[in-house]
Design a protein. Structure first.
Length: 242
């Protein structure tokens, strides 16, 4: 079985390392290379691995760094030119925004430094819709977003508070009311969407009731399709114009 392809999160972590050390330091014995290898092995992304010894080991990280050398127009040497399309895309995406790259890398590191949180993120499976969703921050932070949305106690409290205030549970975007359409079958049904943009979410943040919006399933999917830029208020304005 071949090792799984590198995910965006992994490429981001490796590229962040590439910009933080000298070209001569990009070998498997470098402590920083070893550290990134250990972090890659903690990411709640891959469910199938070739083995724990070879999976994203320091040699693999070193090879990825040398792939970046072949892409980097400012590098005078040759590098290893068997890089992926994703390697090239991520490299040029952050070519003039190394600070932004580092911020995302630090968020990913911070998230997986919490072992209990990482276990919870592993339990979050991929929906079919998720395969179509590409977010700048990568899969780990996207899973963190979904984890924040799936707190049963907080979600119930949000619904109870909203129901007490407005007398019904309707979508904050389109106004759809499951109880109104489906009667008892739809009573109490509504999904929770985390309002905080992915660029601002991290493993240490605590979700409050104000962070959550009650939305129907359709609007929730639309919000996730443009998760980096689309807010509840903006989607509401968008459908009013239709």
């Amino acid at each position: 079985m071949k090792p799984p392809k590198w995910h965006r999160d992994e490429v981001i972590l490796a590229l962040d390392l590439y910009h933080s050390i000298e070209a001569r330091e990009m070998d498997s014995k470098n402590l920083k290379v070893i550290e990134v290898s250990e972090i890659l092995n903690k990411l709640p992304i891959h469910t199938e691995r070739l083995d724990n010894v070879r999976f994203r080991n320091p040699n693999g990280v070193s090879m990825k760094l040398n792939n970046f050398k072949a892409i980097d127009p400012d590098y005078d040497g040759k590098g290893m030119d068997r890089y992926s399309k994703l390697d090239e895309e991520v490299f040029f995406e952050f070519q003039n925004n190394v600070i932004g790259l580092n911020k995302i890398a630090e968020k990913i590191k911070n998230t997986v430094s919490n072992s209990e949180l990482t276990k919870n993120l592993y339990r979050i499976g991929d929906d079919e819709e998720d395969e179509e969703i590409q977010v700048k921050e990568g899969k780990v932070i996207y899973k963190l977003h979904k984890h924040r949305e799936r707190n049963p106690k907080l979600n119930k409290k949000k619904k109870d508070t909203y129901l007490k205030k407005f007398g019904k549970l309707d979508c904050e975007v389109c106004g759809f009311d499951f109880y109104e359409i489906y009667g008892e079958l739809g009573k109490g049904f509504m999904e929770c969407h985390h309002r905080t943009p992915l660029s601002q979410i991290d493993g240490e943040s605590i979700t409050t009731l104000n962070d959550l919006a009650l939305v129907c399933a359709n609007c929730h999917r639309m919000l996730h399709r443009e998760l980096d830029i689309l807010s509840v208020a903006e989607l509401k304005k968008m459908i009013k114009k239709l």
